[in-house]
Design a protein around this ligand. Structure first.
Ligand code: FFO
Ligand code: GTP
Ligand code: MG
Length: 452
């Protein structure tokens, strides 16, 4: 802490719990630990110690376990004191009030992690990963946040920076010598290096898509003609009556959504209004909603009534559905006149089932999972997935590289080109927080929870 303050916050959720953890960071931790426990000697570092908690007014507030992290060997890089007390909101409040009375300051949201970043315990992408890890809602999300917490993004940025510095060195050699004097493999010169690097960064920016998938979930749309069993399907997948099922065509008028887990994936699944021509005004609005939703959908379950003729679907929707992102669900196989429909969309994966007899749903989940995993091709780039902030910084780097490429082509001065490349290095540095910007840090850490 620049001004030597010691910050304090409850790090566990407010409310009743078996144990609550109050965390302090700053120079007063050792003295406070000794004072609150009434010990004659300082607390031994990195050792859990059972103590009484005595307030400044010498009142016994609770029996607690104290852990002191000295010499900055802690999460924040400052001295840290952790107080594990009984999880009663009144006890927690008494202890927090006592610590404030003893001169501590209440921590801002994310301030512990911000301190860790400012003390060089982690780079900015790792600090973001701490929050991602807390908020992840699927195994895939946790895995991705853990990779980032271990520095995957930072390592990728170092690699890109190294390459860029290499291009800068190459550029100097290229400018200093006429083309014909360079060894054969250098004939294409830095122009080719720059192109390759630009493509690599653009590919990295594309991985932002996976970040959205991890946070918001994979968005899946159940579509098909009226009465084919779309609502029966969402109910079977969710495991409860999420959507109304009836024998009347046109039962679902607008989309209904639910979240499910498909293996390690979080999926937002939408049951939609049956698609058919004409219909009344409300139906038409519902159909327009389906088409709108299809524009941002990652996956489709196209339901067919296998005892009815093949459907004709709106071209605007068909455009979005491809063999890689769509599973064709031939429902109602229990009906006598049910037949194979593999001639309809023959390039697509089909699955036959009877939702009425609850037969085939497990096979559908398996088949759908395979389709999702193969179509999302997840994750490439050595497991690096960038977020919106990283992507914006990388897009700046791409702009700088493209400027540099243009100047190189136009034969401009090497100093001008080098300046653009240095700007690109700075933009890449923003990802890990090498380029400091107080406002950006404020807005980033504001999104954290208190005590983190
Ligand atoms: N009790 C407790 N559990 C916790 C945390 C915490 O702050 N306190 N964490 C908070 O998010 C996470 C663990 N992260 C941590 C990261 C670094 C250090 C630490 O003491 N680092 C020292 C020593 C490293 C070592 O001994 O290898 C250092 O970096 O110098 C502690 C926790 C999850 N569990
Ligand atoms: N025989 C048979 N009937 C089914 C099957 N699955 C669903 N149904 C029936 O088909 C009718 C329509 O089912 P829904 O799930 O409401 O169909 P929907 O596609 O949501 O229909 P809309 O919302 O009107 O577009 C209901 O009477 C269901 O009980 C099945 O596998 N076999
Ligand atoms: Mg329905």
């Amino acid at each position: 802490m620049p001004n030597g303050e010691t910050i304090v916050a409850l790090s566990t959720p407010p409310g009743e719990s078996a144990i609550a953890l109050i965390r302090l960071s700053g120079p007063d931790c050792s003295a406070l630990g000794q004072a609150m426990s009434g010990r004659k000697s300082p607390l031994r570092p990195r050792e859990a110690q059972f103590c009484k908690y005595l307030s400044a007014k010498d009142k016994l507030l609770d029996e607690v376990v104290l852990t002191y992290f000295g010499d900055g060997r802690s999460f924040t890089g400052e001295d840290v004191l952790e107080i594990a007390c009984h999880g009663n909101p009144l006890i927690i409040q008494n202890i927090l009030e006592d610590l404030l009375a003893r001169g501590c300051r209440a921590a801002e949201p994310g301030e512990f992690t911000r301190t860790a970043f400012l003390n060089g315990k982690m780079d900015l992408s790792q600090a973001e990963a701490v929050a991602d890890l807390i908020h992840a809602r699927s195994e895939r999300g946790i895995e991705a946040a853990q990779r980032q917490l271990h520095g995957s993004v930072g390592r990728k940025m170092s690699e890109l920076t190294e390459k860029l510095l290499g291009v800068m060195a190459h550029l100097e050699a290229y400018i200093d010598f006429p083309e014909e004097d360079l060894p054969g493999e250098d004939q294409s010169g830095p122009a080719a290096d720059l192109r390759a690097l630009t493509l690599e960064i653009k590919a990295l920016i594309e991985t932002q898509h996976y970040n959205t998938l991890l946070h918001d979930g994979v968005k899946a749309l159940i579509v098909g003609e009226p009465n084919v069993g779309k609502s029966s399907l969402i109910n079977a997948l969710v495991g409860s009556e999420r959507s109304i099922v009836s024998e009347m065509p046109g039962t679902t008028r607008d989309y209904v959504s639910a979240f499910i887990m498909l293996d390690a994936w979080r999926i937002e699944i939408l049951d939609t209004a049956g698609l058919h021509e004409a219909g009344d005004k409300i139906e038409q609005i519902g159909i327009n909603h389906t088409i709108e939703q299809s524009e941002t959908a990652d996956s489709f379950l196209l339901v067919l009534d296998s005892a009815a003729p093949s459907p004709t679907l709106p071209p605007a929707l068909m455009e979005r559905m491809r063999p890689e992102n769509t599973l064709v669900v031939e429902n109602k196989t229990d009906l006598e006149n049910s037949r194979e429909m593999s001639n309809f969309l023959p390039d697509y994966r089909h699955i036959r089932l009877s939702l009425r007899q609850d037969n085939g749903v497990t096979a559908l989940r398996q088949s759908w999972l395979e389709l999702i995993e193969s179509s999302l091709n997840f994750p490439q780039m050595g497991g690096v997935i960038v977020n919106a902030r990283h992507a914006a910084a990388l897009a700046e780097a791409v702009d700088c590289l493209e400027l540099a490429s243009e100047k190189l082509r136009d034969g401009e001065l090497s100093e001008l080109i080098a300046a653009d490349l240095r700007d690109a290095v700075d933009s890449i540095g923003k990802v890990v927080g090498k380029v400091d910007n107080e406002r950006m840090l404020d807005s980033l850490f504001k999104q954290f929870c208190i005590g983190k």
